[in-house]
Design a protein around this ligand. Structure first.
Ligand code: SP5
Ligand code: ZN
Length: 342
């Protein structure tokens, strides 16, 4: 399996996040990628290639160009007001039902274009965002050139980012950009299987009214977990996209005895859809020891997940999402890739 990786994410670091009543160091750290790359190398996956630079054209197909421009300009605008060293974050969020009147100030843009307190901007954030998008697009190029499976080691992750909102450590939606690029390069149908512990609300919303991308997600139910407002089974798509959105929400505490059969349901739906490419939003925060998650999957379960995905028999593009249990993160990711490759 070809890996695509760049160190361009490293300076997206140093910010804090709000966890209910405390400020804590961001769980989504550069060291996550070190753990993953080390474990992949130990498992025999070491042929990482650097991403090729791509433009913003595909990003502009799935995101509002004004939102993408905000992501680029946010930190410089913030720094001009507050000086260097801090991090930008919103004070207010969308005032639903009120007469909102956005203006070009960085505060107004943060309020309009972010939906939570988990997307800080520092000096290195835009470089990391842009590079993660290139890591995803280079994976598309490799599949187009005939690779059967590739792994885009994106950081920051992407699946919470919608057409025009960042949230949940996610800025640009790498998996959605990859899916759109697969369509651009000849695929007729693309399936996205999202196995991150959290609902991929951003990806769902981007493709909600489309039938050329099937979105299937396994996640903790919104009654129990972030993002709290989406991810119900009744969300099946709308208009031409009706029937092309599949949510499999499960309660906190779910283990592989329940999660594994849910994966089989998602894969059966993907099989009947007969996509040309499968994009996997690969989060491993369903692991029992994850500090952000609340499921009970064990490290060996991730081997079984990789094997089940391989049995779909499709060209497969893994895109990294969440996973925060530093001691087991690398093993869990490498187990999926090893299981897939067996
Ligand atoms: C990509 C990704 O995995 N984003 C996750 C964003 C989660 N944001 C914080 C959720 C906090 C709520 N859960 C606290 C559980 C404490 N055990
Ligand atoms: Zn997650």
């Amino acid at each position: 399996m070809k890996l695509i990786y760049s160190n361009d994410h490293r300076d997206h670091a140093g910010a804090k996040e709000m966890r209910y009543d405390q400020m804590i160091p961001m769980s989504e750290s550069p060291e996550r990628m070190d753990m993953i790359m080390t474990a992949l190398a130990e498992a025999g996956f070491s042929d990482a290639v650097a991403p090729n630079a791509h433009g913003l054209e595909v990003a502009h197909q799935v995101h509002d160009p004004a939102f993408v421009s905000f992501l680029e300009r946010c930190y410089p605008l913030w720094e001009a007001e507050f000086g260097p060293g801090g991090f930008a974050t919103a004070y207010t969020f969308g005032m639903r039902g009120m007469d909102q009147q956005p203006n070009p100030s960085v505060h107004s843009m943060l309020s309009c274009y972010t939906f939570d307190v988990c997307v800080p901007f520092v000096q290195g954030t835009w470089q990391a965002i842009r590079s993660a998008k290139d890591v995803a697009l280079t994976g598309v190029d490799l599949i187009h050139q005939g690779e059967r499976s590739v792994f885009s080691l994106c950081r920051p992750p992407g699946h919470h980012a919608s057409r025009d909102m960042a949230g949940g450590y996610c800025y640009l939606n790498n998996a959605a950009i990859a899916a759109q690029a697969h369509l651009n390069t000849g695929a007729k149908r693309v399936a996205i299987l999202d196995i991150d512990y959290h609902h991929g609300n951003g990806t769902q919303s981007i493709f909600y009214d489309r039938s050329d991308v099937l979105f299937a997600s396994l996640h903790c139910r919104p009654e129990d977990e972030y993002p709290f407002l989406m991810g119900y089974a009744r969300e099946v798509g709308k208009g031409p996209g009706r029937g092309y959105n599949v949510n499999l929400p499960m309660p906190r505490g779910t283990d592989y005895g329940v999660w594994g059969p849910a994966l089989a349901i998602a894969l059966a739906r993907i099989h009947s859809y007969a996509p040309d490419v499968l994009v996997v939003s690969l989060g491993v925060d369903s692991f029992a020891g994850d500090p952000v998650g609340g499921f009970e999957l064990q490290s060996p379960d991730f081997v079984a997940i990789g094997q089940a995905i391989a049995q779909a028999g499709l060209p497969t593009h893994f895109v990294m999402e969440g996973g925060y249990a530093m001691e087991a993160l690398g093993t869990n990711v490498a187990n999926v890739i090893s299981g897939y490759s067996k």
